[in-house]
Design a protein around this ligand. Structure first.
Ligand code: MTE
Length: 309
């Protein structure tokens, strides 16, 4: 079985935290030539997934690295699934600044290294379910979103946190097209955001996050559709109003604010009852909350999830 618990690992197999936090050091160590240049960085074999499998069945196998890093949605680099790996190669992710603003007791601008450092970086293997009825099992590496929120000291009237992706039409040519309302935005209710499963990922498969997966930092909310996983985050805003989200602005009848994986609510153009795991031939039943019901269903107690889709 590919999934191993941390205590089954030799210490030599675990990338030391300072090494992977320092992108340049990692790249040098890997002998890589360009940041996120997938073709050049591709390991000869799949890197070993490490970390704690969250909510997985014993036969849920991590999706191969090649699929996780070449079958992507990142419209800033093109709308084809293969575009991000091809066109995000030279995207500059260091230095990277994150702004915390809105209803926060500790607003400010932080360098990524300082933003992450006070937290423990964890390896976690989650299901990642995309709306077009396919899913993956992905070994993400990151810090609990709840840690960052705690440090920001949201004010008592803050009910939501909004996220914004970098706006840079030169580096992200997709932003010159009207496919979405740029910059890409997302949001969570504050209690959802503080749930221990929500992660700010800086790596995948024990490696620094490739550009096409949202370097240098992206959101992972395992019980929601993949589009909630906003990439290349530059801003977190605490607010008392439900934030606008890129996909909800684009197609409000197809993509709601909540975006919980729900096999009982069809997307207007296709059924959500089944999904195809990337790499599998047959489809399998989609699980409520992507298989995380026991942990997260209570967040939505009493809500009509057909209306709040
Ligand atoms: N974030 C930004 N900034 N731009 C995007 O186009 N696409 C979303 C999400 N985050 C997207 C984004 C969608 S639709 C999906 S399914 C996931 O990223 C895909 O993440 P992955 O490529 O790592 O699988």
């Amino acid at each position: 079985m590919l999934i191993r618990r941390p205590n089954a690992l030799k210490s030599s197999e675990i990338t030391p935290e300072p090494l992977y936090l320092d992108r340049r050091a990692w790249l040098a160590a890997a002998g890589a030539l360009a940041v996120g240049a997938f073709a050049k960085n591709a390991p000869a074999q799949d890197p070993q997934p490490v970390g704690k499998p969250y909510g997985l069945q014993p036969d849920d196998k991590p999706t191969p690295w090649t699929d996780v890093t070449t079958y992507n949605n990142f419209y800033e680099f093109g709308t084809d699934k293969s575009d991000p790996a091809r066109y995000a190669k030279d995207f500059k992710t260091s230095p990277w600044t994150i702004t915390v603003d809105g209803l926060a007791g500790k607003p400010g601008k932080y360098l990524l290294e300082d933003f992450i450092k006070p937290s423990t970086v964890e390896d976690r293997i989650y299901r990642h379910r995309c709306v077009e009825a396919w899913s993956m099992v992905v070994p993400w590496r990151g810090i609990p979103l709840a840690d960052v929120i705690k440090r920001a000291e949201p004010m008592a009237n803050a009910k939501y946190v909004a996220f914004t992706t970098l706006m840079d039409q030169k580096q992200m040519p997709g932003q010159q097209l009207g496919v979405l309302d740029w910059p890409y935005t997302e949001g969570l209710r504050l209690d959802e955001a503080q749930h221990p499963l929500a992660l700010l990922a800086v790596g995948v498969y024990g490696r620094t996050l490739p550009n096409q997966n949202g370097a240098p930092m992206r959101l992972v909310v395992p019980w929601k559709y993949g589009f909630k996983g906003i990439k290349s985050i530059v801003k977190m805003t605490f607010t008392d109003k439900q934030p606008k989200t890129a996909w909800n602005i684009s197609a409000p009848n197809e993509y709601g604010f909540y975006s919980n994986v729900n096999p009982a609510v069809d997307h207007p153009r296709w059924s959500q009852a089944k999904e195809r795991r990337i790499g599998d031939f047959l489809r399998r039943p989609t699980l409520s909350f992507n298989g995380y019901s026991d942990q997260v269903a209570s967040l939505y107690a009493g809500m009509d999830l057909k209306k709040n889709f």
